[in-house]
Write a protein that binds this ligand. Structure first.
Ligand code: FES
Length: 235
């Protein structure tokens, strides 16, 4: 039985496996769709919407939307670009991201997305919310000022580390990452080698004593925009 289907993305016909997401199928064809909460090896979550595409004209999260025969996907139109750019800008203004002082600078996916989208300063005013820091653990700290609520740590702790260290609590503007303990991070079973630590796309969960160790010029996104690896893989 033929389990391949075809669809159009940016005027290009590509083949996909049934059940594959649009993001995964595009990636196999060397087409980068920006993403933040999505990460290979983790279950799809669909929370950040950075991966928004237009499917037959309707906005959809490509990391959770499965391909269907004959759909027409817009990934690189001006309209899609502006939707994603606004979402990325919102992530900046909803948190406190001081990139020049952040240990993750140069290796941060949010910062790299901002560069890819040409965002130098958000067009909306910053909210400067009050967020707390948990530095109680001997080897890891959480800085919620930089958290984008992507939930990667929640899923990685559960799905890859076999623990349940992180979870979401609260709603709306009060939503935050909490730890599975009555008190602080030091009271959890988190270890600095856990996947939940390294999988944070921003500087919200950071190993202590390694900040700024990689010199400028050798950091992940110092030379090529985020997504270049995917685009180059099929050229
Ligand atoms: Fe698809 Fe976050 S990457 S919703």
């Amino acid at each position: 039985m033929n389990d391949k289907i075809s669809f159009i993305i940016d005027d290009r016909e590509i083949k996909a496996k049934k059940g594959q997401t649009i993001l995964a199928a595009a990636q196999e064809a060397g087409i980068y769709i920006p993403r933040l909460c999505s990460k290979e090896g983790l279950s799809p979550f669909g929370s950040c919407r950075v991966c928004t595409v237009l499917v037959n004209g309707r906005a959809q999260a490509s990391c959770t939307q499965p391909v269907a025969q004959g759909i027409v996907v817009e990934n690189s139109s001006e309209k899609v670009f502006q939707i994603r750019k606004q979402i990325i800008e919102m992530l900046f203004i909803e948190g406190n991201h001081f990139c020049m002082f952040c240990e993750k600078s140069g290796n941060c996916e949010l910062q790299a997305l901002a560069y890819r989208f040409g965002i130098l300063a958000p067009s909306l005013p910053f909210m400067f919310p009050e967020k707390d820091i948990d530095a109680s653990h001997p080897d890891v700290f959480i800085d919620r000022n930089r958290c984008v609520l992507c939930g990667r740590c929640v899923r990685a702790s559960r799905e890859l580390d076999g623990k349940h260290v992180f979870q979401f609590v609260g709603r709306g503007p009060e939503r935050r990452i909490a730890v599975n303990a009555s008190a602080d991070l030091k009271n959890t079973e988190l270890e600095s080698s856990d996947k939940a630590v390294e999988i944070c796309p921003v500087g919200a969960i950071i190993r202590k004593r390694v900040g700024f160790k990689i010199p400028v010029g050798k950091r992940l996104y110092d030379h090529e925009p985020i997504g270049s690896d995917i685009e180059k893989a099929c050229t």
